[in-house]
Design a protein. Structure first.
Length: 161
């Protein structure tokens, strides 16, 4: 059975470093692409050092040191990109257009649009726990398999379908 593109997961491998209730903390290698990305400081993925930690939901019982495969569905990845990058631009353009139509001063319209974006991110930050329900990273144990053969942050594509 082939899954549609939106059901195919993004995959990365790591090691469980801690267990906290229903989630596990997984240490993963920092992707080299982060070093060249202009958004690396804003997105939270890029940290100093070679590794960073990700919270994930285990699909089976795990213990500290267990090698895992992390999966994020393409649908969740697309939602995260929309929330982080697309919606703020749409908000900024909408606020700019609305204020431009109500006042002739473009400076006020521009400042209003720029002020809307930090307000959006503050609202997003306050609702981050609710967003975690929709943006879940799942951890699958790779113990007993060769974790080095697992792909690093790829999208599964079945070209035959």
């Amino acid at each position: 059975m082939t899954r549609s593109f939106h059901e195919r997961p993004h995959v990365q491998c790591g090691t469980v470093t801690a267990i906290e209730g229903a989630t596990v903390k997984v240490m993963v290698g920092k992707l080299s692409a982060c070093d060249h990305c202009r958004s690396r400081l804003a997105c939270g993925v890029s940290r100093k050092g070679v590794y960073h930690t990700v919270d994930a939901y285990p699909r089976s019982p795990m213990k500290q040191g267990t090698p895992v495969r992390l999966e994020l569905s393409s649908r969740s990845a697309a939602l995260a990109i929309c929330i982080a990058f697309v919606l703020p631009v749409v908000l900024m353009v909408t606020v700019f257009a609305f204020i431009s139509n109500t006042t002739p001063n473009e400076l006020i319209a521009g400042l209003g649009a720029l002020t809307a974006v930090p307000a959006y991110y503050i609202v997003l930050y306050t609702g981050r726990n609710r967003l975690k329900q929709y943006l879940r990273i799942h951890a699958y144990s790779t113990a007993g398999t060769d974790a080095n053969d697992a792909p690093i942050l790829t999208v599964h594509r079945d070209l035959e379908s």
